[in-house]
Write a protein that binds this ligand. Sequence first.
Ligand SMILES: *Cc1c(COP(=O)(O)O)cnc(C)c1O
Length: 395
Amino acid sequence: MTQNTEHGPYFGEFGGQFVAETLMPAIKELEDAYRDITPNVSFRKKYHKYLTHLVGRPTPLYHAARLTDDLGGAQVYLKREDLCHLGAHKVNNTIGQVLLAKMMGKTRIIAETGAGQHGVATAAACAALGLECVVYMGAVDITRQKLNVYRMKLFGSEVVPVESGSRTLKDAINEALRDYAATSSTTHYVIGSVVGPHPYPTIVRDFQSVIGTETREQVIAETGRLPTHIVACVGGGSNAIGMFSAFIDDPVELIGVEAGGKGITSGMHGASITAGEPGVLHGQRSYFLQDSDGQILEAHSISAGLDYPGVGPEHAHLHAIGRVQYVSVTDDEALAGFKKLSRLEGIIPALESAHAIAYLEEIVPSLSSDDIIVVCLSGRGDKDVSMIVELEEGT
Ligand SMILES: *Cc1c(COP(=O)(O)O)cnc(C)c1O
């Protein structure tokens, strides 16, 4: 779908297919189907129909005039992924993968979810396309995320509590992999970010590349030129790579913002590139938070969507070759960004996206008013409001 970025299995020395033998047939079948089905006119027509009429694309590119004035430097534009159906970019990918699965003849979808956002986006796609859906979720996460569990069930999905290990996301991933290895003749496993074994990082990037493709056209139509800078938050990295992919070959500075949590030196953060090391986990070689023995460490972030101890392999590569600059922003800075955008523009950003907003404080004042900086506003923050109220009330 995009010509100007690399395709796996490897991105430089990162990526690959580090999976058990029992999973290889499923992964190979997916690789072939992706190559053969997605370029077809019939697939592309259906996918674009859903993007237009269900997701609500194209999303606007908004000139944030009051934020621009306040920061006193470059012109700030927001790519409004917060206006997608369900309030974030995740549905661009889940609709694409569920449609691909349906055209492969699969009848059943599985997914795993931590905070529940990817589970909800997968469940909604399955409701829209009429496929059975099973979402694995750690038992601990189920009690923490009652509303998202309810939403998934409302969409007709089964939510399976995972009681093994720490009863959180990584245990749910193991459970989903076990299911997939046993059922792949009827089942597709929808992964929610640009992570996992090849071909997932490529598939998810290509479905999210609509963000960058639209942005490129919109910014040129409005200003007559390319932006000078692009900023996006990085959890697994799907909204960021979807945005970056359209600008990789252009003279545009690309900046990925990781979760700095309570500060890099505190050890409580989710900054896998800034503070992690190369390693292998969940089918891929990439950067992960790990101790000196290579044990994976827990990530911490105020935003659940950035709370993953790794990052997609293409980001690891873009870091290694110096094409993208990766920085981090703390919980407190993100919270300040959340409030500032709300107050100045009447837009409540997701706490994940608020990391990208917060980074503007670092960079924009040193730029000129001729510079154009586009922020990927990956989602809306209504989901975060009650947690922030509790945080501030100290309950
Ligand atoms: C899930 C999520 C993210 C993080 O995922 P990426 O794959 O890094 O994009 C960022 N923002 C929002 C709003 C999310 O829901």
